[in-house]
Design a protein around this ligand. Structure first.
Ligand SMILES: *Cc1c(COP(=O)(O)O)cnc(C)c1O
Length: 456
C-alpha cells in the first residue's frame, strides 16, 4: 500500500529541475549550485527518513533549497556599526577609510592603472614610486617603501639588515601585539639573533654602551610598547641619546613605532604618542609603522629611513612576498594626501572621531535619546584601541538603554543589517556616538529602535 512516508514519492533531482520555480533559483544562484543543493536536500531527507515521517512536497523541498542556497551565497565579511566607543577596534577592521580614499580605490580598481607603468616614457615603471614620494615629503626621511602590514615591515627589516647578526633590544620591549606578533619570534624567523639588555623595568644608557662596545651588534631596535604600560620604578634613556651612542659604534637604529602618528595627540588631552616626525628628527635610521592604526588608512606596513638601508630592504627576496597590491597603494596614497593638505582632522574618520568635541557628541546622543524608549544620556569614556595608547580615554556621552536581558539584546542588535556592536556596563547597554559614522545615524536609529521594541 502507498503511504506518504514512502521514499519512492520523493521527487528526483530532474523533476525538481523541471519545476517552474526552479528557473528563478537558477537565475539567482546558477545551475551547478542549485543542483548541488537539491542533491544535498534530498540526501538529508533520505537520511532522516523514518516510517512515521511524511515525505515533504516538491514545493517544500524547493523552499528549503532556496534557504540553503541563500546561506551558501551569503558573504561572511559584512559591514558593522561600531557603537563601542573603541576607535581603532581590531576585531572590527581598525580604521574606516575617508571618502576621498574610497573614491580613489574605486577609480583605480574598476579599470586599468599605471601600477607598474611609466606614463611619461611609455615604459615599464615601478609600483614602489606611488606612495614613496608622499611618505618622504611628509616625514622628511630620505627614502620609503611599503609592504603588506607592519608585522611584515619588521620582519623584512630584520631579515634584510640583521640576518645571522645580533640585534640589541631592551627586555622591556620584548612585546607581544595581538594576533601572535611577538618580537622574539619575529626576530627568530628573520634569522636575527636577539641580544637583550637591561631589566623589565629599567634600562640605562650604560647598558647600551656596554653591549655596543663588547658585542658585535648589527642593529639597535626600539619597539614601541603599544598595548601596555610599565609604571613605577622605571627608567629609559632618551631615544636621541640611544641613537647617538649607537651611531658612535656605527650601528643603525630601527624604531618600530607600531601605530605611528603624524599628529600630536596631546592636543586632545591624550598622553603623548611618539610621532613619526620626532623619530626622524631624533635620527632613527629605519622607522616602521602601520597604515591602519593612527594613520587612519588601509592595512599596510610602512618603512622609512636611510636610502642605503631602504635599498637593501627593497632588494631582499621577502620584498616580493610582502609587496602591497594596487588597492593598498592607492588607498595609502589618498590617505597621505589628507595630511599633506593639512585636512586630516576633518577628512580622516579616526581623526574626526578623536577630535570630536564633547558638545557635538552630547548633541548626537540627545538626538538618539529622543527616538529610543527607556534610554538616558550619561557621561562615559571612549578608548583609542587597536593596540595603541593603552588606558587612554576620551570623555564622551553615551546613550544608555535599559532592557531586561542585555545579553540577548546585544545578540539581537548583532543580527541587524548592518550589525550593531555595543557593550554592557552596569546592566545598561551603551552606544557611543563617537564611533558611529554620522552617515550611519539614520539606519542605526531605525534598527536600534526596532530592536528595542522587542525588549520592552
Ligand atoms: C601593531 C604593531 C605591530 C604590527 O602591525 P600590523 O600593522 O598589525 O601588522 C608591530 N609592532 C608594533 C609596536 C605594533 O604596535
Amino acid at each position: 500500500m502507498k503511504t506518504m512516508s514512502d521514499l519512492r514519492h520523493l521527487p528526483s533531482v530532474d523533476s525538481l529541475l523541471n519545476s517552474p520555480s526552479t528557473l528563478n533559483l537558477i537565475t539567482q544562484f546558477g545551475r551547478p549550485q542549485t543542483i548541488s543543493v537539491f542533491r544535498e536536500v534530498l540526501d538529508q531527507i533520505r537520511k532522516e527518513h523514518s516510517s512515521t515521517k511524511t515525505i515533504p512536497t516538491s514545493d517544500e523541498i524547493l523552499d528549503f533549497a532556496e534557504e540553503k542556497l541563500q546561506s551558501r551565497f551569503r558573504l561572511t565579511l559584512l559591514p558593522v556599526i561600531n557603537a563601542t566607543g573603541t576607535i581603532l577596534h581590531t576585531n572590527l577592521g581598525r580604521a574606516p577609510l575617508s571618502q576621498f580614499t574610497l573614491e580613489t580605490l574605486q577609480a583605480i580598481s574598476t579599470g586599468y592603472n599605471n601600477l607598474e607603468y611609466d606614463l611619461k616614457n611609455g615604459k615599464r615603471g615601478s609600483r614602489s614610486v606611488h606612495a614613496e614620494e608622499l611618505l618622504t615629503r611628509l616625514t622628511g626621511a630620505e627614502a620609503a617603501t611599503v609592504v603588506n602590514n607592519n608585522a611584515g615591515a619588521v620582519l623584512i627589516v630584520l631579515s634584510a639588515i640583521a640576518n645571522r647578526r645580533k640585534v640589541l633590544i631592551p627586555r622591556s620591549q620584548l612585546i607581544e601585539i595581538g594576533g601572535g606578533f611577538r618580537i622574539p619570534d619575529v626576530m627568530k624567523q628573520s634569522g636575527a639573533k636577539l641580544f637583550e639588555i637591561g631589566t623589565t623595568n629599567r634600562i640605562h644608557l650604560s647598558d647600551y654602551e656596554n653591549a655596543l662596545s663588547e658585542e658585535s651588534i648589527k642593529l639597535v631596535m626600539r619597539a614601541h610598547q603599544s598595548n601596555f604600560k610599565i609604571i613605577g620604578f622605571t627608567t629609559e634613556p632618551d631615544f636621541a641619546e640611544i641613537i647617538k651612542i649607537s651611531h658612535q659604534f656605527q650601528v643603525p637604529v630601527l624604531d618600530d613605532l607600531g601605530s605611528g602618528t603624524f599628529v600630536d595627540t596631546t592636543q586632545f588631552g591624550l598622553t603623548h604618542e611618539p610621532t613619526i616626525q620626532e623619530s626622524v628628527v631624533a635620527g632613527a635610521d629605519l622607522i616602521t609603522f602601520s597604515g591602519d592604526k593612527l594613520l587612519g588608512g588601509p592595512q599596510a606596513g610602512i618603512i622609512i629611513g636611510k636610502k642605503e638601508l631602504i635599498q637593501k630592504i627593497k632588494k631582499h627576496p621577502l620584498a616580493r612576498a610582502l609587496r602591497p597590491d594596487k588597492l593598498t597603494l592607492a588607498g595609502l596614497s589618498a590617505t597621505l594626501i589628507h595630511y599633506l593638505k593639512d585636512e586630516h582632522l576633518t577628512e580622516i574618520p579616526i581623526w574626526r572621531m578623536i577630535s570630536a568635541s564633547i558638545d557635538s557628541i552630547k548633541i548626537r546622543a540627545a538626538a538618539w535619546q529622543n527616538q529610543i524608549p527607556n534610554s538616558t544620556v550619561i557621561p562615559n569614556l571612549s578608548t583609542i584601541g587597536g593596540g595603541s595608547m593603552p588606558e587612554e580615554t576620551l570623555a564622551t556621552f553615551v546613550l544608555a538603554v535599559q532592557v531586561n536581558k542585555p545579553d540577548l539584546f546585544l545578540h539581537a542588535l548583532r543580527e541587524n543589517s548592518p550589525a550593531i556592536v555595543a557593550r554592557v556596563e552596569n546592566d545598561q547597554v551603551l552606544f557611543d556616538p563617537r564611533t558611529v559614522l554620522p552617515e550611519q545615524d539614520n539606519i542605526f536609529i531605525q534598527n536600534l529602535s526596532l530592536t528595542v521594541q522587542q525588549f520592552l
